[in-house]
Each structure stands twice: as C-alpha cells, then as structure tokens.
Write a protein that binds this ligand. Structure first.
Ligand SMILES: *[C@@H]1O[C@H](CO)[C@@H](O)[C@H](O)[C@H]1NC(C)=O
Ligand SMILES: *[C@@H]1O[C@H](CO)[C@@H](O)[C@H](O)[C@H]1NC(C)=O
Ligand SMILES: *[C@@H]1O[C@H](CO)[C@@H](O)[C@H](O)[C@H]1NC(C)=O
Ligand SMILES: *[C@@H]1O[C@H](CO)[C@@H](O)[C@H](O)[C@H]1NC(C)=O
Length: 509
C-alpha cells in the first residue's frame, strides 16, 4: 500500500516536472486536452524541426516530411556490414505512428478521420488484415500492468484524441517489414526464438502500444503470443528505476525559459496568433492554450483543409491559413537553431537519456559475453531484439544525447536502431599488436562494433562517440568500446561530471 502511494507520488512529481518544460506537445501525461497548465512557461509547447544547416528550410515541406506519408519506397541501411561480420543484437526505439491531435481548436470542427482499420481505406498494407486478426488473439500474450486494459487496435469511427490512425498502423507495419528484409539473411532470431530473446516495452498510451505491435508484426509475422511479454515503461524517458535526477529538471526549466523568451520576442508570431484568434473569435491566450499547430499538422498530413468558421451573420467564413501555419512552423525551426546554440537542451538530454543508454549498453555487453568463443551460451539466450515504443519527447533527447543534434525532429513512426556486430574470426587476431597483461579483454572489445541508424540512414559517424573514429580497412565500423566509455563516463563531461550520480545530485553552483 505504502509503496504504491510512493510510486504514484513519484510519477506525479516527475510528470509535473516534465510538463512545463517539455518542449513538445506529446508527453504531458496529466495535461488536459485544453492544455490548461497555467500561463507563461506552461504554454511553450511546440514541435521542433532541426534545420538543414546549408539553406533556409521551407516550413511547409518540412511539415510534409514530418507526416511521413507511407506512399513511397524507403531506403533502409539496417543490416549492412562488411562481409562475414555477425549481427549479435538489434535494439530499436520507435516513435508512434500518425495520430489524431491531442488538442482541438475551440469553435472549430475537429478533423473528420476514421480510426477503424480497413483494407478498403488508404493507405493500406498487405499485412493489415492478418495483423487485425492476430491482434484478436492478444489475450494469449503476457501484459505488464496496466497494459492488458489498453486496446490493441485503434477502433473508433470518429478518432479519439491522440488515437493512432490507420496511417500510423501502416507506417509501423512497413517499418517492421523493412527490418525483416534487412535482417533475415543475418538470422538475428532463430525461428524458435525464446521468450528471453525478444523484449518489447511501451508507455501506457494506446498509440505507442499499438505502434509497437504493428512494428513487431511486420518484423515477426504471426509471432507466437504465448512467448511474448509486453512490458510497461511509465516514464516517457524510459528511465525505469533511475528517473530521479534533480539537475535534469533544472536544465529543463532553464531550457523552457529560453524557449519562452525567444517566442515572446517574435513579433511576427505574436501577430499571427492574434490574427488567428480574431478569425475564430477567441482570446489569443485561449488559442495558444489549444496548441493549434498540433491540430493543423493533422489537417495537413491528412489532406484536410484548415478549419473555417462563419463570421457574423453575413454568411462569409474566416479560415486559418497556410501562411499562418508557416509562421508558426518557421518560429519552431528558429527555436531549434537557438536551442542548439544555447546547449541547455543537450545537457537535459544527456541526463534524461542516460538510464536508457546505460541499459542499451548493458544489453550489448550481455549478448557479447554470451557469444564469446568457447563459452556455453546461456540457456534461453539473451535479449537479441529489443523494441521500445516511445514518443517524440523520448526520441528527441535520445538524438541530442548521442550528439545527433543536426538530425531532423522525429517524424511520425521515426526509428532509431542500434546494431551490435562481431568481426569475423580472421580479423580477430589482427589488432592485437602488443597483447600484454590486461590486453586480453581489450582484444575482445576490438571484435565488437556498433552501428546507429536513424530512419534507415547510418549516422554512426555523426555521433559524439564515433565522430573522430579513423575508419580504415581493419576497423571499418565503430568499436563498441567507444560507445561504452561514452555512456559510462564521457557523456557527462558536458555537465562537468563523470557519472550520473554526480551530475544529478551536485548542488547547483
Ligand atoms: C506522398 O504524399 C505526400 C504528402 O501527401 C505528397 O506530397 C507526395 O507527393 C506523395 N508522394 C508520392 C510518390 O505519391
Ligand atoms: C471494433 O469495434 C466494433 C464495435 O464496437 C466491434 O464490433 C469490432 O469487433 C471491433 N473490432 C476490432 C478489430 O476490435
Ligand atoms: C547502469 O548499468 C549498470 C549495469 O551495467 C547497473 O549496475 C547500474 O545500476 C546502471 N546505472 C543506472 C543509474 O541505471
Ligand atoms: C567542474 O567541477 C569541478 C569539481 O566538481 C569544480 O571544481 C569546477 O569548478 C567545475 N567547473 C565548472 C566550469 O563548473
């Protein structure tokens, strides 16, 4: 009883800390759809897209990229390696697919979108029908509480707020299938995979749970439910039992003050909000609180024209315009540039993502140990495939923590993939030039390599830990040890610390 209360209180405190400072619409577990978390700081929710550094981005085409409409074939570099390298494990973080808005704009009609699944509606997918029937058998799976009560398919003819759409399901069936194609020749999972070898975790939202299941179905069609346990992450940071970090919250608050100051100094933005509010007959602050960009993005992604309202009794109508949309998006892009320049978000991200990265590193070490020559692999194997079904407020800090700050803001159904590779036996002796005392374990490390991919693109050599790696014939990939020493120590240098404990609990200077 006591511990339950404690856990709930903890959750509440964390969420409250995240709410006002979180830069993105998504992760506000306790926030009502009308967004009434006070004024000022609580209002600066936005969706941010990084800017390609060479040219001025076009806010509208950036927005289409964010929709990630599944209407073209995609390039996927997952599973690529030099010949004879062995793939030991894959860990994936996804953002949920296309969803209905979390907020509605007062006085306007909500966008008419049907969230039931049907192969007669576009976009569809060859696996859609078998996916639907397979989800009907979900009762055979194991579900960590409270997931068993979350619907396993979107199924409302008028979408609920935040509900996954058919587009979102199709995006992840495609993602899963892409990785199925990429990994099948590597025999990542044996056909008789054991329950331990597949780890799937999700937040408690239906859109993440359903996205994770669609992804898994694309990767492992007709998977055996009885072997599957779906695990729950209560924090959108996937920080498990290591979520407590006072310094992280301080960085987030400072970051939000920066964001707020930038926004109120943008006169074009202020004028645009005032114009939009006037059209709709709202107070400017009511419109802001309704986070109109979230709803407008949904209109855009679904090809629905922006909302209009009747003006007076004259029969004329006033509409929100693409030009207004572009101004809000332009300011979000400016914010992204300013955020990188100031660096507070990066410090927040380092602390926010350490627990997830530490877990990722630990899993890699375990799988690697299980694969050591002459070692009896553990019965039932190790976690070979991990799927974390998450939100933009999970993936954006992950990208920042890895040093991928130029990466685009996570679109719907975005994916980050960590691959662990082992070099072929012929190469294993090679780098052991002067193997002396204590060199044995290092020699082992040298056989292991990591690849990091974002939306199918290999970004390994853009990460902080491998940016300066000198690629040559004997080491064409990034050594795992770079990643391990980054996670276990080096990443904290930007907050002038050498460990998570120290960084989180040091008194503010
Ligand atoms: C895919 O959809 C997007 C957004 O609706 C559109 O801009 C693009 O032209 C489409 N591409 C193809 C190949 O149909
Ligand atoms: C969706 O809901 C309808 C009506 O509640 C129900 O009849 C149908 O079986 C549901 N479909 C799925 C796939 O859950
Ligand atoms: C990091 O991982 C190690 C296992 O490798 C574990 O013992 C430690 O508790 C983890 N630290 C945190 C803060 O999660
Ligand atoms: C970094 O930390 C050390 C030891 O905790 C401290 O002496 C030093 O002043 C700090 N430097 C900065 C720039 O905060």
């Amino acid at each position: 009883m006591v511990s339950t209360v404690a856990v709930h209180l903890f959750f509440f405190l964390i969420s409250v800390n995240l709410i006002p400072t979180t830069p993105i619409v998504e992760e506000r577990p306790f926030q009502a759809a009308d967004g009434g978390v006070g004024v000022g700081l609580g209002k600066s929710r936005k969706r941010v897209f990084p800017v390609p550094h060479t040219q001025e981005p076009n806010p509208i085409s950036e927005a289409y990229g964010y929709c990630n409409t599944p209407n073209r074939t995609e390039q996927a570099w997952e599973g690529h390696s030099p010949a004879d390298f062995k793939l030991l494990s894959v860990q994936v973080m996804i953002r949920h697919g296309d969803r209905y808005p979390l907020y509605s704009i007062p006085k306007t009609k909500r966008p008419a979108i049907d969230c039931t699944l049907s192969i007669s509606r576009k976009p569809s997918h060859p696996l859609l029908n078998s996916f639907i029937s397979h989800m009907g058998l979900g009762g055979r799976g194991h579900w960590e509480s409270p997931l068993s009560s979350v619907p396993r398919l979107p199924n409302h003819s008028v979408c609920e707020m935040g509900e996954l759409t058919q587009t979102g399901v199709v995006q992840h069936l495609r993602n899963g299938q892409l990785l199925y194609q990429a990994y099948k020749r590597h025999n990542l999972l044996p056909s008789d995979w054991s329950p331990r070898q597949v780890w799937i975790e999700t937040t408690g939202k239906s859109r993440t749970l359903q996205s994770g299941l669609a992804f898994l179905y694309g990767l492992l069609p007709d998977f055996d439910w009885s072997k599957l346990t779906v695990r729950h992450q209560w924090s959108t940071l996937f920080c498990g039992s290591a979520c407590d970090c006072p310094a992280r919250n301080r960085y987030l608050e400072e970051e939000q003050r920066r964001q707020y100051r930038l926004r109120v100094s943008d006169t074009e933005l202020e004028r645009t909000y005032a114009d939009m509010a006037r059209t709709l007959g709202l107070l400017t602050r009511q419109l802001r609180a309704a986070n109109p960009i979230d709803s407008l993005l949904c209109h855009l992604c679904h090809g629905i024209s922006f909302p209009c309202v009747p003006i007076g009794d004259s029969g004329t109508r006033g509409c929100l315009t693409m030009a207004q949309f572009a101004v809000i998006r332009r300011q979000q892009l400016d914010d992204e540039v300013d955020r990188r320049r100031v660096g507070l978000y990066h410090k927040y991200a380092i602390l926010a993502m350490y627990p997830y990265l530490n877990r990722t590193a630990t899993k890699m070490e375990r799988v690697a140990r299980d694969n050591e020559a002459g070692r009896q692999p553990r019965a039932g194997g190790e976690e070979v495939f991990t799927l974390s079904s998450a939100h933009d407020v999970t993936m954006a800090p992950l990208l920042s923590a890895l040093g991928l700050e130029q990466a685009r803001f996570p679109r719907f159904a975005a994916r980050v993939v960590f691959e662990l590779w082992k070099s072929p036996p012929a190469m294993q002796g090679q780098p052991k030039k002067k193997a002396g005392k204590g060199e044995k374990s290092k020699a082992k490390d040298r056989e292991l390599f990591i690849r990091v991919l974002y939306n199918g693109e290999d970004v390994t050599f853009h990460t902080t830990f491998c940016r300066s790696h000198d690629r040559h014939a004997s080491q064409p990939l990034c050594p795992l040890k770079n990643f391990l020493s980054f996670v276990r120590r080096d990443m904290f240098s930007v907050v002038n610390a050498t460990s998570y404990q120290e960084a989180c609990y040091r008194r503010p200077g």
